[in-house]
Write a protein that binds this ligand. Structure first.
Ligand code: DX5
Ligand code: ZN
Length: 219
């Protein structure tokens, strides 16, 4: 049975002067997840926000599921801080060299869900051994670092490969697609096995957000 679809709006495309309001817009729609993109200016050539932003959103009353995407060269140094700040799920990238399995174990020990992410050019085989350890695989459909880029359809076979492993091995992780997702390409992501849809620009620019959310829920 495929997982029901989840829409995870990316706060990166929200109003950075009023992030609590942007998170509030998501909650008002009845959505459960909020995607938080954390960038270190090293693994990716951009900066975004840090644990204090999550903590501030919690203090402002947000009860959304904080789907926290760490685009960091040394994520293992920041796991505790993000868990303490209110992350519900922490996703780390496979590309930098550190102890991925130990870092996932630490995320779980802090009562957070565990995710592994891979860039468009990174083969599925690099995460294969970690699949039994994770709750979510994040498949980047743009090169990470910036919102508003174009979706890369060439990633779809990799999505299908990860979905095939999930089915044949009896695994139950979610498959999240992230980057350039909109209502035009979400159906092909769903067909290839995606069930969790990050949407930054397309969501926050949508004039009819309830219709956007309903379209994803119907996939
Ligand atoms: C990119 C981030 C994405 C980004 C998506 O580095 O990981 O989550 O916010 O934004 P859009 O939907 O605008 O591509
Ligand atoms: Zn992201």
């Amino acid at each position: 049975m495929p997982h029901p679809p989840i829409l995870a709006p990316s706060l990166l495309a929200g109003d950075h002067a009023h992030l609590a309001d942007s998170a509030g817009n998501v909650a008002q729609l009845g959505l459960a997840w909020l995607h938080l993109d954390i960038m270190d200016g090293h693994f990716v050539p951009n900066l975004s926000f840090g644990p204090e932003t999550l903590a501030a959103l919690r203090r402002a009353g947000s009860t959304l599921f904080f789907d926290t995407h760490l685009m960091l060269s040394e994520p293992q140094r920041y796991i505790d801080a993000f868990a303490k700040a209110g992350a519900n799920q922490i996703t780390i990238h496979i590309e930098p060299a550190y102890d991925h399995a130990e870092t996932l174990r630490r995320i779980g020990a802090l009562d957070c869900k565990k995710g592994i992410a891979l860039n468009p050019g990174t083969p599925a085989s690099t995460i294969e051994a970690l699949l039994p350890l994770v709750d979510l695989v994040l498949v980047m459909t743009v090169q990470p670092g910036f919102g508003g880029q174009s979706f890369r359809a060439e990633v779809m076979p990799k999505l299908a490969q990860i979905d095939a492993w999930r089915q044949t091995r009896g695994l139950n992780f979610r498959i999240e697609v992230d980057g350039g997702i909109d209502l035009a390409n979400a159906p092909q992501c769903r067909a290839a096995g995606g069930d969790t849809f990050v949407a930054g620009t397309s969501f926050f620019k949508a004039s009819d957000k309830p219709a956007f959310a309903a379209a994803i829920a119907k996939l």
